[in-house]
Design a protein around this ligand. Structure first.
Ligand SMILES: *Cc1c(COP(=O)(O)O)cnc(C)c1O
Length: 474
């Protein structure tokens, strides 16, 4: 195209104000603030302009209806929430990318009750004077874990950092080489250690560490003995780790605190559900740890939080560290955490009402029933049999860096199609509103029903119907 021609075409582009007056744009104005619609118009017109400049004049003459639809779609995108609900069909119960633990209904109700009005977050109602926010979940944490004191901070990374900075800045912390873990999202024990000012003293080897390794590493520079839960991997074969009991005895003998970073923070025994080897917080306290740190939103099934429980004077030292102020939790976290913890007073209630535990405890029969229900619902939207829908056995993961290499048997719904590729199915469902997240395995799109919640079967069926309609009409 010649320069003249391009200039002619550019002249045909309507002005922003003119487009704003179009009747076909009126609908977008009803749904979105004027500023959003203006931005959408500017961006769409900008795109038309670019197409002309890149000599893709084929799009002209401009179809106003088409342009109005594009503007409406862009306005929808521009004004959408960025943090949105998604359907977790991955079967990964504590999915860090999908918001970790779902909160119990009781906790959500309590959250509204506490946040709708004022509360005694930092007010001592007995004395009528300023109080401390840190008392709120403390008594229930002590009751459940058998510890003397407790402190809640923003997350477990913060809890570990706080413990190290408070008890070991400028001094050495003895850790087994096999426990220098990296958790997703760049939490690495050696890095947290150096950021906290503590000096890492590695002992043993990757696969074997003995009590004498710890004993030999202790000097006048030592501040603490530390154990880290190897949350997301497992070393098998010729291995040896020192038990917490043995380490606690050594710590006591040498006058050093023993700190365990438990990671997940499980409060009930999961062995009845086929998950072995996750030591509970109570067991860890009983085995002699002076300080234990764990997350609020992993196996505990509550809000994002870092929890420290242990000996009173150590907790007190951590509380007085100025860094605690930078890691402090707000009333929302405390309201949700306290309510979640109270459910643990009755184990049956905890298993029934805490979604993460409820999902882990689902029976194979129930999972199969739900998978058949989902498969039937999908079949109902596919009269032409465009999709091949099957219920198959599969495995779910607990996730959240808990219980690595321990998969839970489940039932998955597999979707395959001669006319729609697995990648296309995955993309279509991921772009649905709400997005549906599953996985692809041997050319099939898989959905694990373990992590679905009420109403999501219908959402998935409706999305599949749209996908089928679109594919037929193409
Ligand atoms: C998950 C985990 C952390 C980090 O906890 P966040 O609550 O995500 O900050 C630290 N240590 C271990 C062993 C973990 O598993």
């Amino acid at each position: 195209m010649g320069e003249n021609q391009i200039r002619q075409l550019l002249k045909q582009i309507p002005g922003v104000d003119a487009v704003l007056q179009w009747e076909s744009v009126g609908e977008a104005l009803l749904r979105h603030p004027r500023k959003i619609v203006l931005d959408a118009i500017r961006e769409e017109l900008g795109e038309v302009r670019n197409q002309i400049l890149q000599s893709e004049g084929a799009l002209l003459p401009l179809d106003p209806q088409e342009l109005a639809r594009a503007i409406a779609r862009r306005a929808d995108r521009l004004s959408a929430f960025t943090l949105r609900p998604v359907v977790n069909a991955t079967g990964i119960v504590i999915h860090t990318n999908l918001g970790r633990s779902l909160l119990p209904e009781d906790a959500l109700t309590r959250l509204q009750t506490i946040c709708r009005g004022y509360n005694n977050l930092e007010y001592d109602l007995q004395r009528g004077e300023r109080g401390s926010r840190y008392v709120h979940a403390e008594s229930i944490l002590c009751e459940l874990t058998g510890s003397q004191a407790a402190l809640v901070v923003n997350n477990n990374a913060g809890a570990v950092f706080l413990a190290l900075n408070t008890l070991a800045a400028g001094r050495e912390v003895v850790v087994s080489r096999g426990q220098l873990v990296e958790i997703g999202g760049s939490f690495r024990i050696p890095d947290v250690m150096s950021a906290s000012g503590a000096i890492l003293k590695e002992v043993g080897t990757t696969n074997r560490t003995h009590l004498f390794d710890y004993a030999a590493a202790i000097s006048e520079r030592t501040a603490m003995l530390m154990k880290v839960h190897t949350s997301n991997f497992r070393i098998v074969g010729f291995t040896k780790e020192v038990s917490l009991g043995e380490l606690a005895a050594l710590g006591q003998e040498r006058g050093l605190p023993v700190v365990e970073d438990l990671g997940s923070g499980c409060l009930i025994d999961l062995a009845p559900f086929g998950l072995r080897g996750e030591t509970t917080v109570q067991q860890t306290v009983r085995a002699g740890a002076d300080l234990v740190t764990f997350s609020g939103d992993k196996l505990l099934g509550g809000p994002q939080a870092g929890i420290l429980v242990g000996r009173k004077e150590l907790i007190e030292k951590c509380r007085k560290n100025p860094i605690t102020r930078a890691l402090r939790v707000d009333k929302m976290t405390l309201a949700v955490l306290e309510t979640t913890l109270r459910l643990y007073r009755d184990e049956h209630q905890a298993l029934e009402k805490i979604p993460a535990l409820r999902m882990i405890a689902l029976s194979p029969e129930e999972l199969n029933r739900r998978a058949c229900e989902l498969a039937l619902a999908l079949q109902g939207e596919d009269p032409e049999n465009l999709l091949r829908i099957e219920v198959r056995p599969g495995f779910s993961q607990v996730g959240g860096g808990s219980l690595p290499a321990q998969d839970l048997p489940t039932s998955v719904v597999a979707v395959q199609s001669a006319s729609i590729s697995a990648n296309r199915i995955e993309e279509f469902l991921r772009r649905n509103d709400p997005p549906i997240i599953g996985r692809i395995e041997s050319d099939r799109f898989l959905m694990d029903v373990r992590t679905l919640i009420a109403g999501e079967t219908e959402i998935i069926a409706a999305a599949c119907k749209r996908m089928i309609d679109e594919s037929v009409n193409r």
